[in-house]
Design a protein around this ligand. Structure first.
Ligand code: 2NL
Length: 339
């Protein structure tokens, strides 16, 4: 095959390289032992003697072109900033900065939400600043109930109808007022009580409440759901219900899970009983259904409520509830990776 000098020269001249590696491949392709120029010079024996001088000149000029190209490209590459030719981004994080983590209360809240979402509950939210109706009256709290006391609830003097909600039941009242059954919701959120602050109680804390209303909902349905939750969250299969009292449910109960008494920690956690109290529950009082416009002759339902801090303290072995509200990073960073 005759030497197509101009075509090869074009190829050489149009070459450019981004990296040293590309340039080295170029060098090997043209000047290597099995390179293009070696292959071309082997063709000289097929050339008529009178054309060989011309052929040789052609070869030499191509070789020169390759060598010039290599020298030029070396200069270009050495002038390039590193990083693939792009100017390094001076604002880019270097990968050693500290990442934050979820708050333990958020972790527990989210886990409880997901467990109930799996069985068809949806999440409902409502205002933290409530009126007396949604926080108390609609929930069957009598006018003189001690929880309504200014001592226990944050009111404003100018308008005692306005208070910081003391539970998220107020959210559920709002849902019952605005939706037809079936209702299957959980209401997570922050609540407020005017309490003396100690290692076990705070004036701000978080709850998850649940509400299920439909035709023919029974106490047995409630127990099944709580059993499911205890298994999913605590990995415990045994629960017990103790009779209790709430203004908004009848009958009412406190729920304990059987934690076990195998070691020192079990004794401490369960105060030597083997049982851990996890929530309160009950069948929604017919008065509560009526107050929200639901006919108790057609519908029935159950409700439950639990405190998130208390569960978080159990899960993460936190001895003082106040640590959950101090926002001290030395405390919070211990929960990295726990979610
Ligand atoms: C507890 C107990 C409970 C409820 C909350 C509720 C809500 C409506 C109607 C009826 Cl709208 N009940 N909520 C019921 C029983 C117990 O909470 O120990 N919470 C921390």
């Amino acid at each position: 095959m005759a030497l197509d000098h101009d075509k090869v020269l074009d190829e050489i001249n149009s070459f450019s390289a981004e990296t040293e590696e590309e340039l080295e491949s170029f060098r090997i392709k043209y000047l290597g032992k099995k390179g293009v120029l070696k292959a071309l010079s082997a063709q000289i024996k097929d050339i008529a003697p009178e054309g060989r001088k011309e052929f040789g000149r052609s070869l030499n000029s191509l070789k020169q072109a390759v060598q010039d190209k290599i020298a030029d490209t070396k200069v270009t590459l050495s002038e390039k900033p590193t990083g693939g030719g792009k100017q390094a981004d001076q604002t880019k994080p270097n990968g050693t900065e500290d990442l934050g983590s979820r708050h333990p209360v958020s972790m527990v809240r989210r886990e409880i939400e997901m467990i109930f979402q799996r069985i068809g509950f949806t999440i409902a939210e409502g205002p933290e600043i409530e009126d007396d109706w949604h926080n108390f009256s609609a929930l069957n709290f009598p006018e003189e109930h001690p929880a309504r006391d200014m001592q226990d609830t944050f009111f404003i003097e100018k308008d005692p109808d306005i208070a910081l909600r003391t539970h998220t039941s107020s959210v559920q009242v709002r849902v019952m007022e605005s939706q037809e059954p079936p209702i299957r919701i959980i209401a997570p959120g922050r609540v407020y009580r005017n309490e003396a602050i100690s290692s076990r109680s705070h004036c701000i804390f978080h709850q998850v409440e649940g509400l299920y209303i439909d035709k023919g909902v029974t106490f047995a349905d409630m127990v099944q759901t709580i059993e499911y939750f205890a298994k999913a969250f605590f990995g415990k299969t045994k629960i017990r219900l103790r009779p209790s009292y709430f203004p908004f449910t009848e009958p009412s109960a406190e729920v304990d899970v059987y934690w076990g008494l195998e070691n020192e920690t079990d004794h401490r956690i369960t105060k030597g009983t083997g049982w851990l109290e996890i929530m309160g529950c009950g069948m929604v009082d017919p008065n509560v259904l009526k107050a929200s416009g639901i006919d108790p002759d057609i519908y029935s339902g159950y409700a439950f409520g639990m405190g998130i801090e208390r569960i978080a303290m159990n899960r993460f072995q936190i001895g003082d509830i106040r640590m959950l509200f101090e926002n001290d990073v030395r405390f919070l960073k211990q929960f990295k990776g726990a979610w």
